[in-house]
Design a binder for this molecule. Structure first.
Ligand code: UD1
Length: 346
């Protein structure tokens, strides 16, 4: 198939380009090469065209004749503060809306897009008395006392994290999360207007070779890995028992190829899938594994916290297995060991 890939020079985009070409697809990669993602004056990778998805005229030239758009271009991270909101809206909301309008002009009926687990906010828990529910927001006084687990919003009792599936409601907490929800909503509108089909891949915590070294916008895997590279201890927040699902970038690339190849068999409209390893891992265990493999300093569990952080989030991989035939191949134990020495992008 002829695939236009946005964000082709990014961490995930590069892996998708390789996997899609290996699977026999013809890939046209686009990237705006934004300095905040790639550094000042970064060279254009081979086979990538410099183009900003907010430029509809450029898209009219580049989308012609494509069968499917695989949309990875986005400003990522949690954001540092409220001043980041316009940037997320500009690149992610406006960028996606401009891309969808251009796809309509070009008559391309299929979209595969990068979404994120951040659309679920604080995730899903179970209360012994009240069943499945979203947790009450954590309060600063509890966090300061080292009480990191959220409580039942109805009785205030203890609750246990559960695997979240795609039927869960949107509950974005950050500007980035709001923009990912918006992208799914724009895709829905485009599907309605164009009888289009879209697959939204909700990535859990992506990691692997070539991930960007730490910046104020990086995820925890890059931050820990970069600390060890400097000979410093990874700084683990809270008590280290926070649960995540770390999914290897090669698996994310395979999920995208599976989505590209199966999209015409999907129903019109947006179909979301969790893209995860299906195995939970704590932040403390991830830090300890990285330290052990590199022979670096032991992690420090600091008890510090960031009020906006999600405590636990883990996902059901079932729908992706059924709808995409996707199952992660890289076990987190192995992938994290590989990350310990894999090159990062500086
Ligand atoms: C991360 C990404 C988010 C992405 C999502 C799914 C960032 C900043 N966050 O969300 O954009 O959509 O994965 O792929 O890129 N922590 C430490 N020490 C640190 C930093 C973080 O212990 O130095 C802890 C945090 O307290 C948190 C956990 O690690 O409990 C994960 O943090 P982080 O990777 O920043 O954010 P996610 O919510 O997992």
């Amino acid at each position: 198939m002829k695939v236009v890939l946005t964000g082709a020079a990014g961490f995930i985009g590069r892996h998708i380009a390789d996997a899609a070409e290996e699977a026999g697809h013809e890939v046209t990669g686009l990237d705006a090469m934004l300095p905040q993602a790639h550094g000042q004056g970064a060279g254009l990778p081979a086979k990538v065209v410099r183009a900003d998805i907010r430029d509809g005229r450029a898209l009219d030239r580049l989308l012609d004749g494509a069968d499917v758009v695989c949309h990875q271009a986005a400003t990522v991270g949690n954001g540092v503060d409220t001043q980041d909101l316009p940037g997320y809206a500009n690149h992610n909301d406006l960028g996606t809306a401009t891309l969808l309008a251009a796809m309509a002009r070009a008559g391309i009926p299929h979209l595969v897009m990068a979404s994120s687990m951040v659309v679920y906010g604080d995730g899903l828990y179970a209360c012994a008395r009240h069943g499945g529910l979203a947790p009450a927001p954590r309060v600063e006084a509890d966090l300061e006392q080292g009480r990191f687990d959220p409580r039942c919003p109805r009785c205030g009792g203890a609750i246990e994290p559960r695997l979240i599936d795609e039927a869960a409601e949107f509950a974005p907490k950050t500007g980035y999360a709001a923009s990912k929800v918006a992208q799914e909503h724009y895709a829905r509108a485009w599907c309605t207007l164009q009888s289009g089909r879209a697959i939204a891949l909700r990535y859990h915590n992506a990691y692997g070779p070539g991930m960007p070294a730490d910046t104020p916008y990086s995820g925890v895997a890059a931050i820990f890995r970069s600390a060890l590279e400097r000979g410093e201890s990874p700084q683990v927040f809270e008590d280290g028992a926070q649960i995540r699902d770390f999914v290897h970038v090669n698996d994310i690339a395979r999920a995208n190829v599976a989505a590209i190849e199966s999209i015409s068999a999907h129903r019109p409209g947006v179909t979301p899938y969790n893209i995860c390893s299906g195995q939970t891992y704590t932040i403390g265990d991830m830090a300890r594994r990285l330290s052990a493999v590199t022979g670096g300093p032991e992690p420090v569990v600091s008890g510090r916290f960031r009020a906006f952080d999600v405590r636990h989030i883990a996902a059901s991989p079932q729908r992706a297995r059924e709808g995409l035939g996707f199952e992660a191949a890289v076990a987190p134990d192995n992938g994290i060991a590989e990350l310990a020495t894999a090159p990062l992008r500086h």
